[in-house]
Design a protein around this ligand. Sequence first.
Ligand code: M6R
Length: 616
Amino acid sequence: MCGIVGYVGRQKAASIMLEGLKRLEYRGYDSAGLAVLQDGDVALLRTTGRVAGLAKLASGKKLTGTTGISHTRWATHGGVTEANAHPHRSSDGRILLVHNGVIENYAAIKKFLLTKGYTFTSETDTEVLANLIAYHYAKEPASAETSRFLEAVRKTLLHVEGTYGIAVLSPAHPDELVAARKGSPLILGVGDQENLIASDVSALISRTQNVVYLKDGELVHLTPSGFTLSTLDLADVHPVIDTVTWSVDEAELGDHAHFMLKEIFEQPVALENAMRGRFAADGSTANFGGLNLSPADFRQIDRFVFTSCGTGWHACLVAEHLIERYARIPVEVDYASEFRYRNAPLDRDALFFVISQSGETIDTLAALREAKRKGYKCMAICNVVGSTIAREADGGIYQHAGPEIGVASTKAFTSQLLIAAMFALYVARMRDLSFADGVQYVAGLKAVPGLARRALAQAPRIQEIATRYAKYNDFLFLGRLDLFPIALEGALKLKEISYIHAEGYPAAEMKHGPIALISDQCPSVFFVPKGELFNKVVSSMQEIKARKGPIIAIVPEGLELPDGLADEIIPIPDCHEAALPILATIPVQLLSYYIAVARGCDVDKPRNLAKSVTVE
Ligand code: M6R
């Protein structure tokens, strides 16, 4: 949802910002722009489309300035045009600004500014911010030159409703940047004779590992030699400098064709990292230091509520199955975007969980805040360390999956599934799961990274299947129990990167309506379970086959389907049943990826999407 990079230091700002913007492009790629202060003036470049286009534009210019702001946009207010691209400049030319978020009272502010003679050239809510800062700047006494710029930004933000991460510069203040956040992430990078601001650490790590995660309502003033942090009501803030553990290489594409493919193949390592140090010495259960709850606290809990969005919501559904099956504790799952407005009645002793890769998804954050407002303890399963959700939760579990840059979530999802399986074990062992079953469960989970490597070895065969199936425009994904969420995930993966219509259903629901879609033009991807439902799923496959629907079956090794029932069989390694959703996911990630590539789609930057959805 828009990426921001700002730089103030001794080096040329433009090239540093362009490198950072490239890493933030997953946040939006409708347009890009930058502004650099130089020779007492501003060089302002903006273009529709990708950061590469902006870089090309910049390569023809002499950009020597050492203070700048830049932006990659995911359009909210106003179409995808150069006029709506950031940075925006106030009509008096004194203020330039980049913004991530939505200014809800922009219409009233704009009306006011028009009466004061300010003019507008874009359809954005952002331009009103630039002009309102200019308005306050003009009102500040010129004698207060050192604080004038900062004060103008601060006073402006006191009048703003909505969400923002902003970075602001002024030609009258060549060695200064001002940035602030409310509801949109912003991170300060503390360098040597340089300081930076960005929406995400990936844009900072090539310059510094030292970062300060800004909190909502904080304002920062940056110069090459330092920074000051305060709240909007001028309370001093003591900065906590964190060290980022991600390396530059982890956020690089390397030899891979796409980040999505790279991240699919990183899953064995991400799964190992999710488990590292999290099994008890007796080998029968898991440990989660970050939950900040004792076993006695857990005994009081009579229900878990899980919420999330998109792929994370599918992980919640798998958590529901595993916790209910192994720990016999009821679990409720809700879309975060619905929960936040539903005012749902909750059990007195419920424990709330949110799942978010980025830790910045606004709906998930709002659901967490709503649960906390009602007095519930709220845990977070997050990948991004220091993210807003991670910081606001009462406790949680970090995924340690490394940066996920492809818009389609892959390694973060399977790592969430593994953490869900470990958490189910943790609470099951506090209830009725025996020591021997716990030991077997732990051994089953420890085997997962190796089994995931074997599942990935199917990639050439899946690519070949994908090439043949890329011509279809409708797909069904069908699974039962904890493989139903994987059917939903398979359908989501396919539709978001290949634009093919795909739906996920519980396999037995298919005959209650979706079967009307079946023809030789609508393939079904079946997740075949072990155990008592095997025969039921085979019957569902027969019903599809009778209507000439092509079938791709994902089948655990050792299971035999009736001859000729499936057109394609993708075997997955046999595993502990708690790990089956993880291993069943890998083939559909690869299938979706290779179908999208065969259709010529831009896999890492699918149309209309952005990785981190920080607006409603
Ligand atoms: O960062 P989050 O996990 O909170 O993101 C939630 C969804 O926006 C995300 O999973 C989205 O559905 C992905 N594009 C799925 O691949």
